[in-house]
Design a protein around this ligand. Structure first.
Ligand SMILES: Cc1ncc(COP(=O)(O)O)c(C=O)c1O
Length: 459
């Protein structure tokens, strides 16, 4: 039986979206001529068509139709001070005026490296690259070179960028019995990587130990995000990261933390908060102050593999590695992101998490909110979320609720990700959070007939 209320609600959400985004639709049609499906970055594509942004200032962005949004995406967490922070802008402009990029090292590389090493106890020596993808790719290569082993272990639903060895089991399985089976998620990735990329479910030390013990002497490293990001914003359970450290030591493999997102959650990243010392860490996003960056590093002993004064050192080049403009943007950003700023932002995030949770409860919807501080995820399920498989299962059983929530938030001037991930920035204040929670609450009330039709088990 069709629930006409649900159909009416969904229809009105799409209609209002179409009405307010005509300029974006026109650009999307033009984009279809030069990009497959009009898309050049998978994460920013969504149906019916993405919005084209024109400018941003602080926590607000404006699209090409003149609509203003509170930015609750912050370029998938690469922005910590929102848009065009005056201090970061000035530092970046000053460097640009001195020349865009040199085929030479710069003082700014050392300054940013010193700052990072001061913040992160496990980081004694590092190298720059231009993305989180490169950072995890080189961290893995470093681990292989150090151990002489080829295999690595990642978790089901862990996202480490788009290089071949990271494109395994990215889309988690909702079937628990398959969560330790490596799967290719992208056509074009050679099937041969499946032999070298092993998988275990997140937050499951027993499963990790089974994989390690079945591959003793063959594994270079375990790579893990201290909190799953793209896989659903799932925090590690209390003893998980420490347990991974112990397993890595027991089986003689390196432990790599991918802190591309989680670095923002504590002055020294999640590793400092949880007091777990990884052997190597991959960084990206906020450490470039909004410009493209990646970095990887760890103990001096391991990173000596790259010392060009040694015969047989690992070569690692990149035309834009450590360019002085990005270095300056990153350093000024991190200097502003001190312990006071971090605590304030995390508190705002915690307030949003409880606001969203209350909104679900008050609307009688059994859904839940996960995350830590400024990184938040919403899941249309009442079941416990401890790994990415649980997130996938929630997605499979909630129809188009995530899509309708996303589009209606856009209609109400809140820009977020289509996958239900919400990221805060330091220009936000209590009023912004109160406003967002109020809109979220109203949106849930609007969506109730759709919940009743699509996922009645949630009511
Ligand atoms: C945890 C994590 N690692 C690696 C990456 C890849 O970073 P980039 O998009 O800069 O290649 C991302 C990107 O979202 C990420 O979230």
């Amino acid at each position: 039986m069709i629930n006409y209320d649900a159909e009416k609600v969904a229809g009105s959400i799409f209609e209002r979206y179409a009405e307010r985004s005509k300029g974006s639709l026109l650009k999307h049609m033009r984009a279809k001529v030069c990009f497959p499906g009009g898309d050049s970055r998978s994460a920013t594509y969504f149906k019916p068509h993405p919005l084209y942004m024109e400018r941003g200032s602080g926590c607000k962005i404006t699209d090409c139709d003149g609509n203003v949004y509170l930015d609750l995406l912050n370029n998938y967490s690469s922005l910590i001070h929102g848009h065009a922070h005056p201090e970061v802008l000035q530092q970046t402009q000053q460097k640009l005026e001195r020349g865009f990029v040199f085929g030479a090292p710069s003082e700014e590389q050392i300054l940013l490296a010193n700052h990072l090493c001061e913040r992160i106890p496990s980081l004694e020596s590092l190298r720059y690259c231009n993305s989180g993808t490169e950072a995890t790719m080189f961290a893995l290569r470093t681990a292989r070179a150090h151990t002489g082993c080829d295999k690595i272990i990642k978790v089901d639903g862990g996202y480490h960028g788009t290089h071949d060895f990271a494109e395994v089991s990215v889309h988690a399985t909702a079937e628990p019995e398959k969560s330790s089976v490596s799967r290719l998620n992208s056509r074009g990735v050679p099937a041969s990587v499946l032999g070298d990329v092993l998988v275990a479910p997140f937050n499951d030390l027993q499963a990790m130990e089974s994989v390690l013990s079945a591959n003793t002497g063959l594994v270079a490293a375990i790579i893990v995000e201290p909190m799953l990001g793209a896989g659903g914003v799932v925090p590690a359970t209390d003893n998980y990261l420490q347990g991974l450290r112990e397993l890595a030591d027991k089986y003689g493999v390196l432990l790599i933390f991918d802190e591309v997102i989680t670095f923002r959650l504590n002055y020294g990243g999640m590793q400092k908060k949880k007091a777990v010392r990884p052997d190597l860490t991959a960084f990206g996003k906020i450490i470039g102050g909004g410009l493209a960056i990646g970095a990887f590093g760890g103990s001096r002993e391991i990173m000596e593999l790259f010392n060009p004064e040694h015969p047989d050192s690992i070569s690692h080049s990149g035309t834009f590695n450590g360019n002085h403009v990005t270095m300056a943007a990153g350093l000024s950003t991190l200097e502003l992101y001190d312990t006071v700023a971090i605590e304030r932002l995390n508190k705002l995030g915690d307030k949003m998490i409880s606001g969203f949770s209350n909104a679900f409860a008050e609307n009688g919807i059994q859904a839940q909110v996960t995350g830590i501080g400024s990184v938040i995820g919403v899941h249309w399920t009442g079941d416990k979320i401890i790994n990415a498989g649980n997130v996938a299962q929630a997605g499979n059983t909630s129809g188009n609720l995530l899509q309708l929530l996303h589009l209606e938030l856009l209609n109400q001037g809140i820009f977020s990700s289509s996958r239900g991930m919400y990221i805060l920035s330091t220009p936000m204040n209590d009023d912004n959070v109160d406003y967002i929670v109020e809109i979220f609450d109203q949106t849930l009330a609007l969506l109730k007939p759709c919940v009743a039709e699509t996922a009645p088990h949630l009511l």
